[in-house]
Structures are given as structure tokens and as C-alpha cells.
Write a protein that binds this ligand. Structure first.
Ligand code: AFD
Ligand code: MN
Ligand code: MN
Length: 394
């Protein structure tokens, strides 16, 4: 394929980065602080703006309401700050898992006050989403139980159905509800939205604008994620992704750092759907990662560039030839088309595309030579004397 054919496909590709990816994060065994880590929405916007300035394909920042909007925070002010940094506020992520009241669940809890608290929080989130003009309300539930017999699984299913319907109908017409799923963690016996089938059910019952969010770290070992993606796409139920990589569980590692071929196959199924005439333009490509050890902005730049590379590689597959090989049951012929695309060196095409956009040919090395990290570390340590010091226990 020529650059003239590939450049428009590159122009279509954008990926949303998460505010929480720039903050100090850890595991239940502790958190290692970084001096340059962002601690306020202003600092997260600074870092998100830097990633977009260098890559040109990360124009929106996902926000986590409880972590990013302090009680007295004016969302309009946040919108303005984002615009000054050259980005926009993206998806709204409610927090239905950290308040003590959610001990037995949020909207699925047997306790009325927990369900009430969840309703109030969603009201606040949707109101913020109206001001930020966010296209997506992205719902992840930690809801579940730790022991057999702890609660009635079907009563919880019905509570989830009614809450999602209520929240769906409270959203502005321009907003889409993304229902995420995860087989376990933090719940250890059952999770109320545990797999793609349940999420699709909940999303459909919520209403027309209910779709499924596929978090690539939220599958049991061996799951064929690209099969799930192709199936949801064909059912018009794929809302978007939380990209990250994993070796064992929901590790939130840098996208493509463990299994880049798996990511390529996801993009390949999306390009297959597009070739079939399915509208893939509305899919929300988003990152959900926690860079516990890596410098935050470097890890996010690795992620954004990797996503763009693997998407472009998937665009290289000759789908007419592939159909011929498949029609003739030529297994190796079909497989070799995918392997050839995956092993293609797309850096020259990407450098040419970036040059045409007046972007650095290699965003990561440009960043690493820029001194940005040290500058932010000094600024943020001056603001917070304990920035980057020691570890804290979750
Ligand atoms: C955690 C959850 C889930 C959620 C994210 C942001 O596992 O992926 O989307 O936090 O709330 O990673
Ligand atoms: Mn997620
Ligand atoms: Mn997760």
C-alpha cells in the first residue's frame, strides 16, 4: 500500500490517555512515588498535553471524577485548562469502588444507602460530563462477592439492570454509556459484570446508547480477545477499549510490552470489519494503565506510539488476497499475510506521516532528550516537599 493510501488511515487513528496514568500508582503491596508524578488535574493536563504535542494522536484525556474533580472544582475551569494545553477532556470515569459505603457493592449492594450514594455520584458525573461535553460515560464496577452465599447473585443482577437503565436515560443524547467487565479483583468469588456477555446484556438492557468496553487486561488467561471484539463489533455492541498489557492478571502494563501480536490481531479484526462495511469510526480507543515503576510520560509515549504502529501494521493486510486464501482453505497463505503485515517495518511510513504534520519523527527519543521530566520533578517537588519520597502502603 502507498503512503497516499495509508496516510488517511493514520489520520483517522486517535487514542485517549488516562489522567490516572500520570499519577503515582501502586499495588496493594505499596506505592513507589516519583518526583515528576502528577498529583493534580492541572499537572495531569500538563503531562497529557505533552504526550499529544509530541504524537499528535492523543487529543483527549480521560478523567476519574473522584481523583480529578475536587469538591469545589469548576469543570468549566478544567475544560479551559485542557484547551490551553491543546487537548480536551474525554471520557468520564465514575468511582464506584473506593468509598467505604461500597463495601458490599455500589448499585448492586443489598444496602439502600450504598445504592443511593451510587445514584448521587452518577448524577454528579453526568453533570460534569455535560460541561466537559464528554462523549463517553465509562463504567467499571468492582461489585461482587468474596464468598459463596454472601449475597443473591440474581438480585444483584437485577439491581445492576435497573441502575444502568436509570443512568442511561439520565445521560444527554450525545453521551454513550460504556459498560466494562472483569472476571475478578477486587471481588474474589464472583464479579457482577464478569465477562463480555454479561456486559453486553447490561449495556443492551440499559438502552440504545449502551455499549461494551473491552479492557484488554480483564480476561482470564487464554481468552481470545480478538474473537470477542469481532463478535461485539458485528453486533454493534463494541463501544471501545481500555488498552494495557498483562502477563498474569489485570497488570495494567504498557500496551504491547508483553504480547504485541495479540494487539495486532485485535486491530486486524477491526480492519476486517471495516472492510466488510461496518462503521468502526466511533470505537473509543483508550488507554487504562498504571505505570508503577516506569516514568509516567515515557510509558504513555511508548503506549501511544505502539498503538499507532500496531494499528498501521493491521492496515497493511491485503484483505482481498486473504479472502482468496480462506476460500481455498490455504491456511499458511492466509496466516503468512498476517505475519508479513505484523513483521513489516512501519517506522519509515510513520516518520513520513509525522514529518508531514510537523511532528517529531521519534516522539519518545525527542521527549527523553527534552528535560521535561526533570523540569516537572523540580516544579512538583517545590510544590510538594514529599513528592517522590519513599513508598506508601496502600
Ligand atoms: C482499574 C479497573 C478498571 C477501571 C480502571 C479505571 O480494573 O480497569 O477501568 O481502574 O477506573 O484498572
Ligand atoms: Mn479499565
Ligand atoms: Mn483494570
Amino acid at each position: 500500500m502507498t503512503n497516499e493510501q495509508l496516510f488517511p488511515l493514520l489520520d483517522e487513528f486517535q487514542i485517549e490517555i488516562p489522567s490516572w496514568g500520570f499519577a503515582d500508582t501502586g499495588t496493594r503491596f505499596g506505592k513507589f512515588h516519583q518526583a515528576a508524578a502528577a498529583a493534580t488535574i492541572e499537572e495531569k493536563i500538563e503531562d497529557g498535553g505533552e504526550v499529544n504535542r509530541l504524537t499528535g494522536i492523543a487529543p483527549t484525556l480521560a478523567v476519574h471524577v473522584d481523583w480529578d474533580f475536587k469538591e469545589d472544582q469548576d469543570p468549566a475551569e478544567v475544560v479551559k485548562l485542557a484547551a490551553e494545553a491543546g487537548i480536551k477532556i474525554g471520557s468520564i470515569n465514575p468511582n464506584l469502588f473506593q468509598d467505604q459505603v461500597y463495601k458490599y457493592g455500589s448499585c448492586t449492594s443489598p444496602l439502600e444507602n450504598a445504592r443511593q450514594k451510587a445514584d448521587e455520584h452518577l448524577e454528579k458525573c453526568i453533570a460534569i460530563g455535560r460541561v466537559t461535553e464528554s462523549e463517553f460515560l465509562s463504567l467499571w464496577f468492582a461489585d461482587g462477592t468474596n464468598y459463596p452465599g454472601q449475597d443473591d447473585i440474581i438480585a444483584r443482577k437485577r439491581r445492576m439492570e435497573s441502575a444502568l437503565k436509570k443512568w442511561h436515560d439520565a445521560m444527554p443524547e450525545t453521551m454513550t454509556m460504556l459498560v466494562e467487565y472483569k472476571p475478578f479483583e477486587p471481588a474474589f468469588y464472583h464479579t457482577d459484570s464478569a465477562d463480555w456477555g454479561m456486559a453486553a446484556h447490561f449495556a443492551r438492557k440499559a438502552g440504545e446508547r449502551g455499549k461494551v468496553l473491552v479492557d484488554t487486561g480483564h480476561h482470564l488467561p487464554g481468552a481470545n480477545i480478538e474473537h470477542i471484539v469481532a463478535f461485539l463489533l458485528d453486533e454493534n455492541m463494541l463501544g471501545g477499549f481500555h488498552f494495557n498489557d498483562r502477563k498474569y492478571a489485570d497488570d495494567d502494563l504498557t500496551m504491547g510490552s508483553i504480547d504485541p501480536y495479540a494487539v495486532f490481531r485485535i486491530f486486524h479484526e477491526i480492519r476486517n470489519a471495516a472492510h466488510r462495511g461496518t462503521d468502526v469510526s466511533k470505537i473509543a480507543y483508550m488507554v487504562d494503565q498504571s505505570h508503577n515503576l516506569k516514568p509516567k510520560v515515557e510509558a504513555m509515549l511508548q503506549t501511544v506510539v505502539t498503538a499507532q504502529e500496531l494499528y498501521l501494521k493491521a492496515c497493511l493486510v491485503d484483505r482481498n488476497k486473504l479472502a482468496d486464501f480462506q476460500a481455498n482453505t490455504d491456511i499458511v497463505g492466509g496466516e503468512e499475510l498476517l505475519r508479513a503485515a505484523f513483521y513489516s517495518d512501519v517506522k519509515p511510513i510513520l516518520s513520513a506521516w509525522r514529518e508531514a504534520k510537523a511532528l517529531p519523527a521519534d516522539p519518545l527519543s525527542t521527549y527523553r532528550a527534552s528535560g521535561y521530566e526533570a523540569k516537572r520533578a523540580n516544579e512538583r517537588s517545590a510544590r510538594r516537599p514529599d513528592a517522590g519520597k519513599g513508598t506508601s502502603y496502600a
